[in-house]
Structures are given as C-alpha cells and as structure tokens.
Ligand binder design. Structure first.
Ligand code: NDP
Length: 449
C-alpha cells in the first residue's frame, strides 16, 4: 500500500530547488504552475498518488553536446548545444530552438516545461521539448550561420525525427536558420520528412506559420475583450520586441484598428505617437529581418527619439503585449502600466512577466493572459504543418487562419471554464489546469513509467 504524504507548495519547491540548483528561470516557471496545480492534485488524489507533478517536472531526457565550427577567418569556434525532451505523453516532443548567448539549461528547462501546457491547450497531439545553443547569430555572416547550423544539426539529427521530436524556431532562429538545419537533416538522413517546422513554403512549410504566434496573441486578446463586451478598435497598444512575434502582433493590431505606439529590441525602444502603420511596420520588418540592424535606425528615419537601453512600459496605453523575452516586465513596470484606462496584458513572449508583476495585474482585476495560452498560436500552426507534411498536402491561407482563430477561441474558452472565480477570469489558473489534465490523464493511463 503506497504511503500518503502531504504536498505543499513550500515542500514541493524546496525539493525542486534542491534537485535543480541555480536554475532560477526553471524554478520560476514551476512555481507559477504549481501554485495552481498543488491545490488541484490535492483535490483529485489520483494525480497525487501517482506523483504526476513530480514526474512532470523531471524531463524525460536532456541532450547536451559540443558544436564545433569554423568562422570566416578560419578560427575554430566552440559552442554548447542542447535539446530538452521534456514530455511526450500526448505526442512527439515539440518546441523551438533558441540561439542566443544567454541560453543555458535553466532557460531551456523553463521553456520546455511551459511547452507541456501550451501544446496540450492547442488540442493537437504534441508533446513538449525545447533546445538551442549559446551561439549568437548577431554579427555573423550568412555562411558562418550556415556552418553553425550544419554543425548543430549533425549532432541533433541523431535525436529527432518526425515521430520522435520536431523542433521549430524561437529567438535567433528564423526562416534562414530553419532552412539551413532542414537542409542538413535531409542530407544526413537521406529522407524528406516534416522533422522541423517553420520551413520555407517551397519545401513543406505551412502558410501563416510566420504570422501565427503574433496573430494568435491578438486573437486571444480580442476574445478576452469580447468576454467583457469590449473590442480592439481604437485601443492604444504598447508592444515590446520587434522580432517574429512582435511584428505580426503589430500587424494584426493595425488590421483590427488598434494603435501601435511602441516596439523595442535589445538596444532600446521607439515611441511613435502617431501610431506605427503598415508602411512603417514594413520598414521595421526589413530592418530586423533583412538588414538585421537596431531600431535606432527607425528613430533616425522617422525623426523620433530613440529610448536607448529602455523598455516601453511607462508609455501610457490601454493594452500591453510583451513579445521580446523572459522577465522583461517586472513589478515596477506593472505599476507604471497601470495608469488611468489600462485594461490588460496578453503575453506574446514566454514568461515575460515576473510572478510579482502578474499579481499586480490580478489584484487589480485586470486582464492578464500567460504566454502558454496567448502565444500558443505558433506551435498550433506548427502542429498543422506536421499534419500537412504527413498528408503530403497544404492548406490555404484562409483555411489555416480559420483553424488558428478557432484554436485561440477554444483555448480562451478552456481558460474561462477552468479559471473563473467570482466573475473574474484568472487566465493563469485556467491555462494551467486545462493544459494539465490531458497530459496527466495520459500519464496515468501509461502506468508507472
Ligand atoms: P526573435 O528572435 O524573432 O525576436 C526577439 C526580439 O526580442 C527581438 O526584437 C530582440 O531584439 C528582442 N530581445 C531578445 N532578447 C532580448 C533581451 N534579452 N532583452 C531585450 N530584448 C530582447 O524571437 P521571437 O519573436 O520568435 O520570440 C520572442 C518571444 O516569443 C520569445 O520569448 C519566444 O520564446 C516567444 N515565442 C516565440 C514563438 C515563435 O513562433 N517564434 C512561439 C511562442 C513564443 P534584437 O533584435 O535586438 O535581438
């Protein structure tokens, strides 16, 4: 007879921190989820007896490897590559690759852990993984990036496959990097399968994949507003980031009649009081994806001030969309945002808001959606790309946008169903519980493995 035990947030987190010392981002992500899941598993003891939470916070496996490549001057360079295969209870491991000098195991474990809940929420059959390298693509020539991607994939290819693990892009990994990696995977394995998503349209990529995360985030905000009989038209919006997610969040906001006041990058932010229109946004897309330069160039071109080294949260607005990176919006930023008329936040990035900042919004009963709900559109369309590859067919823009829209509406409904409390929707609670149950039930069904 199994012994019963008392599960508290304190004891659970103490054990997790002991087993994973120094991994602060991973601790933060687990704490945010466990705050809601511990009361839930205590209420439904089948999960507690099977120690589902303990099993869910231990990755299936972690692969760490050396990536050795040659730069344009003939120097030998060494980076560290990773793949965290977190959980495949409901489908092949699925999640992006990040190339950024800050990449370490803590960051990849937080991202892989979040991915479990996000992928489950999409309703598509996808497990969770995350990977990347501490490689900085900035300032590298195309050929250097190619050589790095090929070296990285030479090892990674041994651990992935269309039914095993299907990586995608993330920070520092866009169309260019995915293409180089897919080319190398194809060369090494001599097979053409959908083992990476975010591919070019000519070789198995899905339409609207590049737009999906940003568009999905705005659809999610649209649903949150609709739920309180409001809409996006005319709303003053602040966005951080100017990469893939931020660009298409901005485009959808513009298309739906909202006013985009800011965008940012790692060097600072721009504030355009007239609003960033489609023409100006195209300037930004070209600047960031083709020229790969700082937003300071935008400020120069449109004769605006460039707020160097700063984040945009003190700019008065009604809606905020953090779309750059983790922990970019803290408690003080949250207080700055809460000026008169502020309505809420939809996260486009993963864990951009600290736990203390989330509390500020929730205590004020403002809208707040966690990334695992509002940025799930990207992985959802990746899941659809996998389906299209398996079927050897491709769907139209309209078909895919309708599917994406419906997935975001469905995630919103699930959050409302599991997160309603006295008329306020706690979207963090809703997303955590709705994402958990499917994975937990699959793990229960498999027995002790
Ligand atoms: P990109 O690399 O395309 O863009 C990242 C943006 O964030 C750039 O503007 C970059 O500035 C900025 N940025 C990166 N690191 C920092 C930092 N430490 N401080 C300030 N700014 C920073 O990445 P994505 O748009 O793909 O990803 C953005 C976020 O969205 C990440 O949290 C990612 O995990 C998440 N996400 C992405 C998905 C996708 O489909 N791409 C899906 C779901 C979530 P600069 O140009 O100067 O480097």
């Amino acid at each position: 007879m199994a012994t019963s035990y008392e599960l508290t947030l304190e004891s659970f987190m103490a054990g997790l921190k002991r087993r994973n010392p120094g991994e602060t981002e991973f601790h933060q992500a687990v704490e945010e989820v466990s705050t809601y899941l511990i009361p839930y598993v205590t209420k439904y003891p089948q999960y507690q007896t099977a120690r589902i939470l303990e099993r869910l916070t231990e990755p299936d496996r972690i692969i760490v490897f050396r990536v050795c490549w040659e730069d344009d001057q003939g120097n030998v360079r060494v980076n560290r590559g990773y793949r965290v295969q977190f959980n495949n209870a409901i489908g092949p491991y699925k999640g992006g690759l990040r190339f950024h000098p800050s990449v370490n195991l803590s960051i990849l474990k937080f991202l892989g852990f979040e991915q479990i809940f996000k992928n489950s929420l999409t309703t598509l059959p996808m497990g969770a993984g995350k990977g990347g390298a501490d490689f900085n693509p900035k300032g590298k020539s195309d050929r250097e990036v190619m050589r790095f991607c090929q070296a990285f994939m030479t090892e990674l290819s041994k651990h992935i496959g269309e039914n095993i693990d299907v990586p995608a892009g993330d920070i520092g990994v866009g169309a260019r990097e995915i293409s180089y990696m897919f080319g190398q995977y194809k060369r090494l394995t001599n097979e053409f399968t959908g083992t990476l998503t975010g591919k070019g349209l000519e070789f198995g990529g899905s339409k609207i994949r590049k737009e999906a995360t940003g568009f999905g985030c705005i659809y999610f905000m649209q649903e949150m507003l609709k739920h309180q009989s409001d809409d996006l038209a005319g709303k003053a919006c602040v966005i951080s980031g100017s990469g893939n997610v931020a660009q298409y969040a901005a485009l959808k906001l513009i298309q739906l009649g909202a006013k985009v006041l800011t965008m940012s990058d790692s060097t600072g932010f721009i504030h355009d009081p007239d609003g960033i229109n489609e023409e100006k946004l195209n300037f930004i897309i070209d600047l960031k994806t083709v020229k790969r330069q700082s937003l300071a160039e935008y400020a120069k071109h449109y004769k605006l001030e460039f707020h160097e080294g700063k984040r945009p949260w003190a700019v008065p607005c009604q809606l905020a969309f953090p779309c750059a990176t983790q922990n970019e919006l803290d408690e003080n930023n949250a207080k700055d945002l809460m000026q008169k008329g502020f309505i809420g936040v939809a996260e486009g990035a993963n864990m951009p808001t600290t736990i203390q900042a989330i509390k500020v919004f929730q205590n004020a009963k403002l809208l707040f959606s966690p990334g695992k709900a509002s940025n799930a559109g990207g992985v959802a369309v990746s899941g659809l790309e996998m389906t299209q590859n398996s079927l050897r067919m491709s769907w139209s823009n309209e078909e895919l946008e309708t599917r994406l829209r419906n997935i975001m509406i469905n995630i919103h409904e699930e959050c409302v169903a599991h997160g309603s409390e006295d008329g306020y929707i706690d979207y963090v609670k809703g997303a955590n519980i709705a994402g958990f149950t499917k994975v937990a039930n699959a793990m229960l069904a498999y027995g002790v493995i």
